[in-house]
Design a protein around this ligand. Structure first.
Ligand code: ADP
Ligand code: MG
Length: 814
């Protein structure tokens, strides 16, 4: 359409610019800098967020949506709910208070079903319902708004006293929103560039993105609005260049499962069609979500399936289990094994007898008696003339295992060789000379069972004849280390790979175990040794601590021992590595940026007042002088030297200490059956898995045991849930489910190094059903691809898998 003004410089540049863009055909692999509105500078910023290509950008999915087509009427909301409201700015005012200026805005919202445009002609204009929005330190907003503007606000609704009062005038403000997110919506009569994009912001389900931080070349933040425009442009240009062809699932599979194509799915998530269920969108259950989630799981499971198959073909040691071995096992057992222990040992031994390397995960709740099973497995290898390496995550644990093994094996004679068993301890804290010596005897084959920490892996330890590797409390180790140890023998010239038994006390739902430890078979010890009484668990507010100390005194008087655990070592701002702070206390910032797509529920802003935390060191002194005066107190924390720790632990074990004041260094594995009381101070700050582990330190003997959760004054709703769960159940699997729900898989498993594959959309806690399906389909595909499948598509799958395996899932080939 020729403009009346003829050629304008602006239009001219636009044409030239468009011409340059045309030269670059947009594909998923196109670097983001070629996208209109992006350019070099923004691209550099995006690269820092891991977004380099168009494809990366498309996977930056909205973390929530606002239905601006059919907004929920105010009357349907209740206080406390998150609300997304579209309305009109009625008035603003900056209230100067003593503390900080508060910016207040009144937003008028049309009642539903009112044809307002026409209404004025026929009857008086409708009474708008109003919502009051408040921003603290809001001076910066002073000149942002004009009455009459259309605005979208999002936040948590709180009741407003005046509006809810009896006899409040019609239209009085019933709700207020504190610090809501807002967006000024474009004018219906917008012109220029805005007009083109108006439809992205209004009258539809609008995507809201996590801000990408950086700045556009003209100085604006990379807001949701910016992202919508960029995404929109990308989809349009991709459609023009026909990039829709980049499909990643074989067509036959996709069609059989009724899944949309990848491009259709991505587009539906950035720009949901009218009528898409908001509930499904927010909970990642739309067909589009399911398709992308399925894809991620399917490729992961394909890789794992291949790995499992390859492992089955590899050569391992076939251990024999004759009469002598049985005799050895029997003479070592200090008690009657539980049925579960027998069954699990059977599974392990079957695996060890097979001529392929064992890769087995032994899951068992705290106190279920994993160690003895592991030692039995060790004996099988030793009686066959092989060496065994046993690795624990901490020196305390390694040392404890060492003494346990010495106690059980120390006086025994091997029925096969007629000589005593030889056990050695190798930890990082040995001096260099001792280390060298121990390494020497291990290398010469003069040691049957070598127990240690990471030192066994990190420092050069060669075995003469390593047959079995036992890794205890696996959740503390990275996958990398596990594999390093498995590879050891190849380095020292042993022909076959050793068997590997991994133990964990973190109960993991089966599907998750299959993913995180996807290449392992799983055994479960689901029974506690007999005679264990449930641990009585109680919550107590801090101000009743005196009663708790009295209780501890009584227990000590009865010959028992107690632990008192603190979240910090010393001082209140103490960061100690061993403490895994419960989620919300670590993040005192706006958690909204955690997207559902990334596995986290949006959490409300939570400002914790700085609370003074009691620390182990201070309380040790205080209790010694006060509450527990006269008792023998010991102190144990992560900043003590290995020797000091060991001495404290040994004294506690020998009963020379009544009460051990500690940090979470005692979390895993520590076994002192005479200890019957576990007091956790600031329990509201601890994660569920950690509290469960700590509680597992008591109830290990025949006497009745107690766990007291002492809580401070500030308890978040999430903490309430954890504390309640602790009181209600002792079942580790149940607690694990709750924990997983609350924290998401990333934190549940510890760190990234725990070997958890990183997903872009999938969430192991939320999407279990899809995972099951993907696993089944992957196995089917590896076994025999569907005859309807196109050969080229099958080849493409393998090529993609190869390229993705390392990069996306970060899993190591072994
Ligand atoms: P975990 O599975 O938490 O590592 P342990 O192996 O430390 O548990 O065992 C916990 C305690 O239970 C130990 O003191 C151990 O000797 C004891 N125990 C294990 N199995 C039995 C059993 N079958 N009967 C009696 N006590 C057992
Ligand atoms: Mg253990």
């Amino acid at each position: 359409m020729p403009s009346s003004k003829g050629w304008s410089p602006r239009r001219g540049y636009a044409l030239v610019f468009a011409g340059i863009l045309k030269a670059v055909q947009m594909e998923l692999s196109t670097p983001v800098k070629y996208i209109k509105r992006v350019g070099e500078r923004v691209a550099a910023g995006l690269a820092e967020r891991g977004i380099e290509t168009v494809e990366d950008l498309l996977y930056h999915l909205p973390f929530r949506y606002e239905d601006r087509l059919h907004p929920k009427p105010l009357s349907e909301y209740r206080a406390g709910e998150m609300a997304s409201i579209v309305g009109e700015v009625r008035g603003t005012v900056l209230l100067r208070t003593k503390k900080s200026p508060i910016f207040e805005m009144t937003v008028g919202v049309k009642p539903p079903g009112d044809a307002t445009e026409m209404a004025g002609l026929l009857r008086p204009p409708p009474v708008l319902e109003t919502v009051k929005c408040l921003w603290f330190h809001g001076t910066y907003l002073k000149d942002r708004f004009k009455p009459g503007q259309t605005i979208a606000v999002y936040g948590k609704l709180e009741g407003s006293r005046s509006g809810n009062a009896l006899g409040a005038v019609p239209g009085a403000t019933k709700f207020k929103l504190v610090q809501p997110a807002f967006e000024i919506l474009p004018d219906a009569v917008a012109t220029g560039e805005d007009a083109e994009f108006t439809m992205l912001e209004m009258g539809r389900i609008v995507p809201v993105y996590e801000s990408l931080g950086g700045k556009t070349p003209w100085g604006a933040k990379l807001t949701s609005r910016w992202l919508r425009r960029v995404m929109w442009t990308v989809f349009r240009e991709l459609a023009e260049s026909g990039a829709t062809a980049e499909e990643t699932l074989p067509q036959a599979l996709r069609e059989r499962l009724g899944l949309p194509t990848r491009m259709a799915a991505l587009e539906a998530l950035h720009f949901p069609a009218a009528g898409t269920s908001m509930t499904e969108l927010m909970s990642a259950h739309t067909p589009a979500h399911q398709r992308l989630i399925f894809e991620e799981f399917w490729y992961l499971e394909l890789g794992l399936e291949l790995k499992r198959r390859r492992l089955r073909e590899r050569e391992g040691t076939a251990f024999a289990t004759g009469e002598k071995v049985r005799e050895a096992l029997k003479q070592m057992l200090p008690f009657k094994p539980t049925a579960a222990q027998k069954r699990v040992l059977g599974e392990i031994v079957d695996d060890m007898r097979a001529a392929r390397p064992m890769r087995r995960l032994l899951q068992g709740d705290v106190g279920s008696g994993k160690t003895i099973v592991a030692l039995q497995a060790a004996l099988v290898a030793i009686e066959n003339g092989y060496q065994v390496a046993m690795m624990a995550p901490t020196e305390i644990l390694a040392t404890q295992h060492y003494f346990y093994a010495r106690r059980l094996l120390g006086d025994q004679i091997s029925p096969t060789t007629g000589t005593p068993y030889r056990v050695a301890l190798l930890t990082g804290s040995l001096n260099d000379r001792s280390k060298r010596e121990v390494r020497g005897i291990i290398f010469r084959g003069e040691i049957d069972l070598a127990i240690g920490t990471q030192a066994l892996v990190e420092e050069k330890v060669d075995f003469e004849n390593l047959g079995l590797v036992i890794v205890d409390e696996q959740h503390r180790f990275g996958v990398q280390q596990r594999f390093k140890l498995m590879r050891k023998p190849a380095a020292c010239g042993v022909a076959t790979e050793p068997d590997v038994l991994v133990m964990t006390a973190t109960p993991i739902p089966r599907t998750l175990a299959l993913t995180v430890y996807g290449d392992l078979e799983v055994s479960v010890l689901d029974e506690l040794p007999p005679g264990r009484m449930p641990i009585v668990t109680r919550r107590m507010p801090e101000d009743r601590a005196a009663e708790v100390w009295n209780f501890v005194r009584k227990q000590v008087a009865a010959g028992r021992q107690a632990y008192i655990v603190y979240p910090v070592i010393e001082g209140e701002n103490d960061d100690q590595p061993e403490f895994d702070f419960a989620h919300e206390s670590k993040a005192e910032i706006d958690q909204e940026s955690k997207t559902p797509g990334r596995g986290k529920k949006p959490v409300q802003v939570k400002m914790f007042e700085k609370q003074k935390l009691r620390s182990a060191v201070e309380m040790f002194e205080q209790l010694r002088a006060g509450g527990l005066k006269g008792l023998r107190l010991g102190l144990l924390h992560g900043r003590m030297s290995a020797d000091e720790k060991e001495i404290a632990m040994a004294r506690f074990k020998r009963g020379e200490i009544d009460v051990l004041v500690a940090t979470t260094v005692i979390e895993v594995g520590v076994d002192v059956p005479n200890a019957t009381v576990m007091v956790i101070e600031h329990a509201e700050r601890f994660g569920l898995a950690q509290m469960h582990q700590l509680r597992g330190r008591v109830g290990r003997g025949p006497a009745k045991s107690y766990c007291v959760l002492l809580t401070g004054s500030k308890i978040s709703p999430e903490a309430e849930l954890r504390l309640d769960a602790m009181v209600q159940t002792q079942n580790g699997f149940e607690l694990a489910e709750i924990d997983l729900e609350q924290r998401g898989p990333g934190e549940f498993f510890g760190t990234r190094q725990a070997g958890l594959p990183e997903f872009r959309i999938a969430n192991l806690a939320r999407d279990r059903e899809v995972l099951e399906l993907a696993k089944k389909e992957a196995a089917k595909f590896v076994e025999a691809p569907d005859p309807n499948m196109d050969r080229a598509q099958i080849d493409a799958v393998w090529a993609r898998l190869k390229q993705q395996w390392q990069r996306r899932y970060g899993l190591v080939e072994a």
